[in-house]
Design a protein around this ligand. Structure first.
Ligand SMILES: *[C@@H]1O[C@H](CO)[C@@H](O)[C@H](O)[C@H]1NC(C)=O
Ligand SMILES: *[C@@H]1O[C@H](CO)[C@@H](O)[C@H](O)[C@H]1NC(C)=O
Ligand SMILES: *[C@@H]1O[C@H](CO)[C@@H](O)[C@H](O)[C@H]1NC(C)=O
Ligand SMILES: *[C@@H]1O[C@H](CO)[C@@H](O)[C@H](O)[C@H]1NC(C)=O
Ligand SMILES: *[C@@H]1O[C@H](CO)[C@@H](O)[C@H](O)[C@H]1NC(C)=O
Length: 510
């Protein structure tokens, strides 16, 4: 009886949603301006509305595919024969985010049969660390996201050439609702972080590597070493590598992955990424690290709806992905009630160089108590990573499921907050004119989030731990000079542009 009633309400709400969405789609497609569009929130204020807000976004990059996508086709076929998802991309093109109304209708109709089978038992989650088929089916309808392919492409992006999906993970086709992608970036000398990262994340990683000039060789060798020499298949399984470099620092040759991946790497020598950081081509040429180009490349290539754009030295707490997606599927308050755009910040900590990286919040709390763990950048920039209710978070006991701990804003005491969060492709990108050396490279995104009135839904049990070793502030005159210049540039050039583009809001600052 109760089941039937819930079922009925569920279906009615779906039908209302569809009507709203069709209306929104018609409205959007009559609007010729490309870019993010805001449409009315669906009746239940669910995650799904977020996806449809950008249904009219145009693909920025055109197809300049230079390599045949043979192995990806093979991957796709293997996985589709097992899964037969309802909205598989059937062409080589990126699954369309420029869906026309008939396409949208098809999409909705294809989703309906799944609703028939997902009754109210769908949300009975008995294992928070796994995603059962009913939860996945429900997530698919809740998120209403578009699946994307992972074809290799050589793309131009400003002054950079990007070898997108240069070496792809073996996981094959992944539907957009079924996982979360950790998106990150590095020079090859940081690739020692990949293994501890993947062992804890156990889900797709999209990694953009800056490899100008002669850094290309060790970059390719590092990728091969990571895939072949670490004694397990996790990196092969989960990590997709993109490589990029400025046209001013083109490598003398570009190794072909279809060829070099056929030969197992000789693992007897030390890891190619194990070098003095001063010895890279990038350092020798005094190039700045284009951190935001790298972040955007990694983000854009991710095929899942949810992404965690992060820094490669930040290792996530285990089981974050299934626990987060189970939380989304439960769709409890405040997820179900807030109609504002949202991101999900994760608390960050540092541990001593010799310390074990904690796996649970319980363990972390023990380490905080005896000071073997401290809040991130406590000794570098104490206020940069202060999070709303940070102390309460540290005191609160671990619970048995993931929930929103507190909904904060990037205002007041937290006006310069640089959170790391799980978000979606719809969130603002990073300004590609800023370098890592210049600092404040994430602040422009923070400003836009504030102006758009984002809710910062801080997660309760999840955390990130920086690669062991507590950082202290070290004066670096060369970097301070670059930072001074960049700071001035942000203030005098970028900020006025952001105000024109996004407007202003009381309490928001860079
Ligand atoms: C996909 O691309 C390949 C090679 O680029 C081409 O031969 C094939 O016809 C394309 N398939 C579709 C469905 O467009
Ligand atoms: C729907 O409910 C029935 C009985 O209540 C159950 O047998 C069936 O497995 C459920 N289906 C799904 C997809 O959960
Ligand atoms: C691998 O490299 C080592 C030393 O660099 C060499 O002695 C060995 O013969 C190589 N193994 C193979 C299979 O090429
Ligand atoms: C790299 O170079 C800087 C300055 O030239 C120096 O201070 C630093 O110790 C060097 N780092 C290593 C690991 O050699
Ligand atoms: C600090 O606490 C952690 C977790 O309780 C424990 O594993 C570690 O041994 C402690 N370290 C010191 C130096 O007391």
């Amino acid at each position: 009886m109760l089941n039937n009633r819930r079922n009925f309400i569920f279906r009615v709400s779906i039908v209302i949603n569809i009507v709203v969405l069709l209306y929104a789609a018609m409205h959007l497609s009559s609007n010729s301006t490309p870019g993010v569009e805001w449409v009315p929130i669906t009746v239940d204020g669910s995650e799904r509305s977020a996806e449809f807000r950008y249904i009219n976004r145009e693909e920025i990059h055109n197809d300049t595919d230079t390599r045949p996508p043979e192995s990806s086709v093979r991957n796709f076929e293997e996985s589709t024969s097992q899964k037969t998802p309802s909205t598989m991309p059937t062409t080589n093109k990126t699954a369309s985010s420029t869906a026309s109304i008939p396409e949208l209708e098809k999409k909705i109709i294809s989703v309906l049969p799944e609703l028939e089978t997902s009754n109210s038992t769908a949300l009975e989650i008995d294992d928070e660390d796994a995603l059962n088929p009913a939860t996945l089916a429900y997530l698919r309808t809740l998120l209403g996201c578009n699946d994307k392919d992972m074809l290799p492409q050589t793309i131009q992006r400003g002054e950079y050439w990007v070898l997108k999906n240069f070496v792809r993970a073996d996981h094959g086709f992944i539907q957009c609702h079924e996982s979360i992608t950790y998106t990150t970036h590095a020079g090859f000398e940081f690739l020692d972080n990949v293994q501890p990262l993947v062992e804890r994340w156990m889900a797709p990683v999209s990694l953009a590597i800056h490899a100008p000039g002669a850094d290309m060789g060790p970059t390719v060798n590092s990728i091969r070493y990571l895939r072949d020499c670490l004694g397990n298949e996790l990196i092969k399984q989960y990590v997709t590598f993109h490589v990029f470099f400025s046209h001013k620092n083109l490598p003398s040759s570009i190794p072909n992955p279809d060829i070099f991946l056929q030969t197992p790497y000789n693992c007897t020598a030390k890891p190619p990424y194990d070098v003095n950081a001063n010895s890279t081509y990038m350092k020798a040429k005094s190039l700045l690290y284009p951190v935001n180009v790298a972040r955007n490349i990694a983000r854009e290539a991710a095929v899942t709806h949810f992404i965690l754009p992060s820094d490669i030295e930040l290792y996530p707490s285990p089981n974050l992905v299934p626990r987060f997606l189970n939380m989304i599927a439960r769709n409890a308050k405040p997820l179900s009630t807030s109609t504002r755009p949202r991101v999900f910040p994760i608390s960050i900590f540092e541990v001593g160089a010799k310390a074990q990286v904690p796996s649970t919040k319980n363990e972390l709390q023990g380490m905080l108590a005896n000071k073997t763990a401290i809040p991130f950048h406590k000794f570098v920039c104490p206020n940069c990573h202060n999070i709303p209710q940070g102390q309460q978070w540290m005191n609160a006991p671990e619970t048995n499921q993931m929930d929103v701990f507190h909904v904060g804003k990037r205002r007041g005491k937290f006006v310069h907050w640089e959170p790391i969060f799980i978000g979606t492709h719809q969130d603002p990108y990073y300004d590609e004119r800023l370098s890592w050396e210049g600092k404040k490279d994430k602040m422009t995104q923070g400003y836009i989030l504030c102006v758009k009135d984002y809710d910062f839904m801080i997660l309760n049990n999840a955390f990130l731990i920086h690669k062991p070793g507590i950082k202290h502030y070290v004066k670096n005159e060369k970097r301070d000079k670059i930072a001074g210049k960049q700071s001035l540039f942000i203030k005098s050039v970028i900020m006025p542009q952001l105000k024109t583009l996004f407007g202003t809001r009381n309490g928001c600052a860079l």
